[in-house]
Write a protein that binds this ligand. Structure first.
Ligand SMILES: *[C@@H]1O[C@H](CO)[C@@H](O)[C@H](O)[C@H]1NC(C)=O
Ligand SMILES: *[C@@H]1O[C@H](CO)[C@@H](O)[C@H](O)[C@H]1NC(C)=O
Ligand SMILES: *[C@@H]1O[C@H](CO)[C@@H](O)[C@H](O)[C@H]1NC(C)=O
Length: 503
């Protein structure tokens, strides 16, 4: 890879010196082509553009880059990226029934595993990540040695980087103090790079529950062959030029796709029925004196949320159409899909904010959910657009769940980023009395947020069926025809794409 960087650098210098020679509009490609002359020039650039496509393919991550530390963590603390199982000490172990011995060169081991054939994907993923799976048995497990274990088959699941250690400590403190020091659910931590010894040792000490740390399989965090990396990069540039948050970020897209279609396939989650998603840097404001996992199971709930808000339209321009197309192909009837449609049957952009989520893993593992995800993934729009996992979980719930299977946990006061909500006093004051909201938090998103929370409160189940899907699709196509400016934009866009793909 190092050699390639050097070659690429030379080539880039060369290209920037002689753009006119190749008719290349330089690297800061703009798609809107105000000047017809330059548009024509773009149309003539098939050879150099193909060359650039090749160039980009050389920038794609290769197997041997897999375990290179995060860029953002490499500078500060050398300890931050150091992983060595044997140096962790006697408190840490492998998991029962997992492989225990590995060759010294783990990068080679991983490349070999990735290139081997296994009886099932689960076996492959397990073998692949096994050297990086570290378990710490929490002392709380002793409580259940001589009496029945009242806990559900559930875990708190966290996707996190080594560099987010402090923010994660904060979240775990919150989780333990408000809930888990009594209920002792295990934690599972997942990372696309190996967790460091420092991270593992620090986090294991911050709870008396069991903790397990693991790498994510390569298949779950990589660009599928069907996605054109070059095209994706062009689209990223468009979005970041419109100041869309994470518009230019590839790792953000990996995260969204992982949370949409892969987290529930991780080998560590296969025996679980429910999970609670936890993020670094959140607050819980209220004491939770019941077990939400048990509540979910006993009340036949499948998906739950606390914040319901609108998505940025620019990140998901084609998601609603893809979803309707799926509903049409599968002849789906649902009484909860209407929750996401406005009065013109467009997507109202409301979505359950999935950074908090308690949900059924059986549902995510179901054929129905998987087939919806596969339908979306085929479009490549996790990479070309910037589809978030939150609208995808929400629309999947809208398509596949009865409205009674979706639950709003009013008792859970929650903050992530600038958004916070908690139960208010006027109703249900028992729930409100268990909360302590810092005085600088004056904006309760349930009251003073988007229109979505009131849509949820007022929602009347509507028997959406294939006729509604058909109507909504027809309206969508009609709208496209009626928007000449968009049409022009699409035309230019198409011209530009054609130019890129012409051989
Ligand atoms: C994978 O295995 C095949 C043959 O078994 C070999 O030709 C190829 O080079 C291997 N690829 C890698 C990345 O090791
Ligand atoms: C769609 O499903 C409904 C039952 O849910 C059925 O009555 C209808 O005939 C189906 N329509 C098509 C086009 O398959
Ligand atoms: C709120 O309180 C009013 C009056 O006490 C009651 O009629 C209403 O059902 C309550 N709403 C909720 C959501 O509990």
């Amino acid at each position: 890879m190092k050699n390639w960087n050097f070659v690429i650098l030379i080539v880039l210098c060369f290209l920037s010196l002689y753009p006119s020679l190749f008719h290349i509009p330089s690297f800061s490609i703009s798609d809107d082509c105000p000047d017809p002359f330059s548009c024509d020039r773009i149309k003539q650039t098939s050879i150099p553009v193909n060359f650039m496509q090749w160039l980009y393919s050389k920038l794609l991550p290769t197997y041997s880059d897999l375990l290179v530390p995060d860029k953002d963590s490499s500078k500060k603390d050398p300890e931050e990226d150091f992983f060595d199982f044997d140096a962790l000490g006697p408190d840490f172990s492998r998991l029962p029934d997992w492989p225990t011995s590995f060759p010294p060169d783990l990068v080679q081991y991983r490349i070999r595993t990735l290139n081997s054939t296994f009886a099932s994907n689960q076996l492959k993923w397990k073998a692949e990540v096994a050297p990086w799976v570290v378990h710490h048995r929490g002392v709380a497990e002793n409580l259940y040695l001589h009496r029945p274990d009242p806990r559900e088959k559930a875990a708190i699941v966290v996707l996190v980087r080594n560099s987010e250690l402090r923010q994660l400590q904060h979240s775990i403190r919150m989780m333990e103090d408000r809930f888990n020091r009594v209920y002792n659910y295990p934690y599972i931590f997942l990372n696309d790079k190996p967790f460091s010894n420092k991270f593992i040792q620090t986090i294991a000490k911050s709870t008396s529950s069991s903790t397990t740390f693991s790498l994510i399989p390569y298949d779950h965090w990589s660009i599928p062959d069907s996605v054109n990396f070059f095209k994706a990069k062009v689209e990223h540039r468009k979005l970041s030029s419109q100041n869309v948050p994470y518009g230019g970020s590839m790792s953000y897209r990996h995260m969204c796709r992982f949370n949409s279609g892969f987290f529930y396939k991780h080998p560590l989650l296969q025996d679980l029925d429910f999970y609670w998603r936890l993020e670094p840097d959140i607050d819980f404001y209220c004491d939770l004196d019941f077990d939400p996992f048990k509540f979910m199971r006993e009340n036949n709930k499948v998906y739950s949320f606390v914040i319901f808000l609108t998505e940025l339209e620019k990140t998901i321009p084609s998601l609603w159409e893809s979803t309707l197309q799926y509903a049409y192909d599968k002849n789906i009837s649902s009484n909860s899909l209407k929750l996401f449609a406005d009065k013109y049957d467009n997507y109202n952009l409301c979505h359950f904010w999935s950074n908090f989520e308690i949900a059924s893993l059986k549902w995510f593992r179901s054929d129905e959910y998987e087939s919806y995800f596969q339908h979306l993934d085929k479009s490549g729009n996790f990479f070309y657009e910037r589809w978030g996992d939150a609208p995808i979980h929400s629309l999947a719930a809208g398509l596949l769940l009865d409205i009674d299977q979706i639950h709003f946990f009013n008792e859970i006061g929650y903050r992530h980023d600038g958004f916070a909500r908690w139960p208010v006093y006027k109703n249900n004051s028992a729930a409100a009395s268990k909360c302590m909201v810092p005085s600088d938090r004056f904006r309760n998103f349930d009251i003073d947020g988007t229109v979505c929370s009131s849509l949820w409160e007022e929602y009347k189940p509507y028997p959406w069926d294939i006729k509604d899907t058909e109507n909504a699709l027809n309206k969508l196509y009609l709208q496209k025809l009626q928007k000449p400016s968009d049409q022009n934009y699409m035309f230019v866009d198409q011209k530009w794409r054609d130019a890129i793909y012409r051989n």
